[in-house]
Write a protein that binds this ligand. Structure first.
Ligand code: XIL
Length: 362
């Protein structure tokens, strides 16, 4: 099999025409050519900019709401749902032939201010099973894949099971996760149900603990018959942090696949904070980090999709937009603020192209 190293060695000598052709391709087409989906998180503000919308429709085959489907954007007052912003994004995807991922239904973060007190006070499971049912039934058949539970694992909280001590866990015990997935399966039997988290990507002892705790959780869920279809690796990398331990990541993903789960990369970006001011240098390290990560993930036949958390740097530090890494001018996504393809875009194109695995279709 052509290794990525061999490919890059030959790619370095690829005729200019092919390189130019590569520049005119798209991540969506490169992914689809190898049985995968590429897409990105976006929001209604970004879609107001026509040049960005054009670039997004060229590059993405699946969308996820950056925040419009978070519970603090939907259920500001208990029992009163405002799905209009989420509806607008789902409608945009449908009108443009794009798939859609739902994010997220049960999380310890981004909840309306009334929720935690109501959960701790009433201990009523319908406070999450009801929300799951209402939301998933609304988008039944229109949202193909859901992050049902997000970030429930946190080994440094010190529990034997490695779970995060959230108000969900402290109120209902570990079984809240199983309950959430059963409620999701009942709400939309045709949707892909994903457990989504971060921490399994990089090398080092802390991330080894995340991988061990995640595998232990997935093994237990499988043994209990919990309807989880896939593991979502958020894929938030640090260009100037701990390098990807490709061997550890490969072993982990092989074990996930052996348990019968599919794998998605759900929120890939490469934080370049801490890097030099020289843009070309930062871009090169960002691209290498993405390649080292995707090289391993896409070599696994269970991987079906890669989404980045945004498509362009334009909206990462914009005034007025609450972004998740605001505060400096980052270069951490496939397109820069001017919508130019970055070395990360080229690294992702190669990663999709080199990967030969033919994963199961969603
Ligand atoms: C972030 C969004 O980017 C912000 O706009 C929002 O205010 C908070 O959430 N992991 C996740 C995502 O699962 O939901 C987070 O997105 C980023 C970290």
């Amino acid at each position: 099999m052509l290794t990525r190293r061999d490919f890059l060695a030959t790619a370095a000598t690829v005729p200019l025409a092919s390189a130019a052709r590569a520049e005119t391709g798209s991540l969506r087409k490169a992914a689809a050519a190898h049985g995968r989906l590429y897409g990105c998180a976006t929001n209604n503000f970004a879609l107001r900019e026509s040049d960005f919308k054009t670039a997004l429709l060229r590059e993405a085959g699946v969308l996820v709401a950056e925040y419009e489907m978070k519970r603090n954007a939907v259920e500001l007052a208990q029992g009163h749902y405002d799905f209009a912003p989420a509806d607008a994004l789902v409608r945009f995807a449908e009108q443009n032939g794009l798939k859609f991922r739902g994010h997220t239904l049960v999380w310890y973060h981004s909840n309306p201010s009334w929720l935690e007190e109501a959960v701790r006070g009433t201990r009523d499971e319908k406070l999450f099973t009801g929300y799951i049912g209402a939301t998933m039934r609304r988008y039944r058949g229109r949202v193909q894949s859901w992050d049902v539970v997000n970030e429930a694992i946190l080994p440094k909280d010190g529990r034997d099971d490695g779970l995060r001590k959230s108000f969900w866990l402290e109120t209902f015990g570990p079984s809240y996760i199983d309950t959430a997935f059963h409620a999701a399966r009942e709400a939309d039997p045709g949707a892909e149900l994903v457990y989504n988290d971060w921490g399994c990507e990089a090398g080092g002892a802390e991330h080894d603990c995340y991988r061990a705790a995640t595998l232990k959780f997935l093994e237990g869920a499988k043994a209990r018959g919990v309807p989880i279809d896939a593991l979502g690796l958020q894929g938030h990398l640090q260009a100037f942090g701990t390098r990807i331990d490709q061997a550890a990541l490969r072993r982990f993903l092989d074990d996930v696949k052996a348990l019968g789960y599919r794998i998605l990369v759900t929120e890939h970006d490469v934080d370049d904070s801490g890097g030099p001011s020289d843009i070309a240098m930062r871009d090169r390290v960002v691209a290498d980090a993405s390649a080292r990560f995707l090289d391993v993930v896409l070599a696994n036949a269970a991987t079906t999709a890669v989404l980045t958390w945004g498509l362009s740097d334009r909206f990462l530090a914009g005034p007025g937009l609450k972004t998740w890494l605001a505060g400096y001018s980052p270069r951490m996504l496939p397109l820069d603020a001017g919508l130019n393809r970055t070395p990360m875009w080229r690294a992702m194109m190669r990663a999709f192209t080199v990967s030969r695995a033919t994963p199961p279709r969603i």
